[in-house]
Design a binder for this molecule. Structure first.
Ligand SMILES: *Cc1c(COP(=O)(O)O)cnc(C)c1O
Length: 453
């Protein structure tokens, strides 16, 4: 089968050409047919290809070489099996909870390569990460400054911290779409001097840096570069207020990936060509010259590496509308159902792994098994003629998938998560009930096989 003869929609075709393969046994991930993985591990199923994660990490690290290092925002996919691949490649991890710190350690990340952001940190979380020697804690408000300062003092540690700044209205100009609004995240730019004064009251805290992160799913390199440039301006002002040099500048995540027909692909070459100007601004400022810069994307690194696969249970027509009813749905993939905060519900790229060359029928609805009309993964989806038992796969599903979904709703089984690389597959989360994993005697992930034993 030749990729060029696929009849899938253009975005799906481009993604398959970039990351997957259409073989004689249908769609392949990491050299293995999706169909064979479903036979082995059951459906629904999350599949990830480690090689895609590695490629993306390396591409971004090469783009930012000499400018910034790459951290992975673990909330995008908190399975330690995913983070481990990126940590092996050299990524640090950005966490936003104490439990994510435990996952980061399970992924093999050294505590000094972890940074902790998040607006409502608890005392127990702070104690856990401080005692373990976390690299940086990013402070998001005055209570955060007081809490981390008190706990660091109690634990006898001098803790490096950054201030997360919520940019002011002046950052609104041009292509910039950040800040200026009230926010639970970070300290308002207007309060930066007050925050520095509060930090100076905490002898156990050492202000080493600044953290900026205002938006997600940015597809325009110019917008990112503008935000980063503004971040460097704020860093210079913060260093001025602090009266000393900064050693850490976190420019945030937010790098986007295409999900919908017509979405752009973030242009890494355009980012690269904007970096010398930023580098020059840093070099010109003695208080920023020595700073280590980092970015902390989640979606961009992990999103394209994952597929969410379901098997059809029924196909029906209702008043002229074709419905495909899958065993997979919003309970595992809320984002693909358009219910994870999206303003406009648009389809993710969806294909039928076994029927990549069959003619498409337009305006199909792909729904899940839940008793709610919210459980719709495809609204006006072009999919071929399909029957019960056939597979459907949602592309771009490696970030904000399972962990961002209402997995307990309706008590369908939790899907297995399987990591593949170069023709090998490994269960990184066995299938189970919402409450507990179920593993069958063969140690594999098929829920119903395990339940029957
Ligand atoms: C969620 C989050 C990220 C990652 O965002 P993406 O859009 O997935 O890149 C990075 N930093 C912080 C502080 C976050 O909360």
């Amino acid at each position: 089968m030749n990729d060029l003869s696929l009849t899938v929609p253009p975005l799906a075709a481009a993604l398959i050409a970039e990351n997957f393969r259409a073989g004689t046994d249908g769609l392949e991930i990491g050299g293995l047919p999706v169909r064979s993985l479903v036979s082995r591990y059951g459906s629904p199923l999350y599949l990830y290809d480690a090689a895609i994660l590695r490629r993306r990490y390396r591409a971004l690290a090469a783009t930012l070489e000499g400018f910034a290092s790459v951290y992975f925002s673990i909330k995008a996919n908190p399975n330690p099996g995913i983070a481990r691949v990126l940590v092996e490649e050299g990524a640090g991890l950005e966490i936003a909870s104490g439990a994510e710190f435990i996952l980061a350690r399970q992924a093999g990340c050294a505590p000094e390569h972890v940074l902790f952001a998040g607006p409502g940190k608890g005392r127990e979380e702070i104690d856990l990460v401080l005692a373990a020697g976390i690299g940086e804690v990013h402070l998001e408000g005055f209570d955060d400054i007081a809490l981390v300062g008190t706990r660091a003092a109690a634990l006898g540690r001098i803790q490096p911290v950054s201030l997360r700044i919520n940019p002011g209205a002046q950052a609104q100009g041009g292509a910039m779409r950040m800040g200026g609004k009230p926010s639970a995240f970070g300290i308002d730019e207007e309060q930066m001097a007050e925050a520095v004064a509060a930090l100076k009251q905490q002898p156990a805290l050492k202000l080493t840096g600044i953290h900026l992160f205002a938006g997600t799913q940015i597809l325009d390199a110019g917008v990112l570069l503008d935000q980063w440039r503004y971040g460097l301006e704020l860093a210079a002002r913060l260093a001025g207020l602090a009266g000393h040099a900064l050693t850490s500048i976190d420019l945030g995540g937010g790098l986007g990936i295409p999900y919908h027909a017509g979405d752009a692909t973030l242009d890494l070459a355009a980012i690269r060509s904007g970096l010398p100007a930023l580098r020059a601004a840093l070099e010109a400022d003695p208080r920023l010259r020595e700073a280590r810069l980092l970015v902390e994307p989640g979606r961009w690194l992990a999103g394209p590496a994952g597929l969410y696969v379901g098997a059809l249970r029924a196909v029906k027509q209702s008043r002229g509308q074709r419905f495909l009813i899958s065993d997979g749905g919003m309970h595992h993939h809320l984002a693909a159902s358009g219910n994870l905060g999206q303003v406009i519900k648009r389809d993710y790229p969806i294909v039928a792994p076994d029927r990549l060359t069959a003619p498409l029928l337009a305006d199909t609805q792909l729904v899940g098994p839940l008793c709610t009309p919210l459980d719709t993964l495809g609204r006006q989806t072009a999919l071929p003629e399909l029957a019960a038992g056939d597979l459907v796969a949602v592309l771009q599903s490696g970030a904000y998938g399972l962990s961002a979904s209402p997995v307990g709703f309706l008590s369908h089984p939790m899907p297995a998560e399987v990591l593949v690389e170069n023709g090998r597959s490994e269960v990184i989360r066995p299938a189970g009930t919402f409450q507990a994993p179920l593993v069958n005697a063969r140690g594999e992930g098929s829920f119903w096989a395990a339940a029957a034993e």
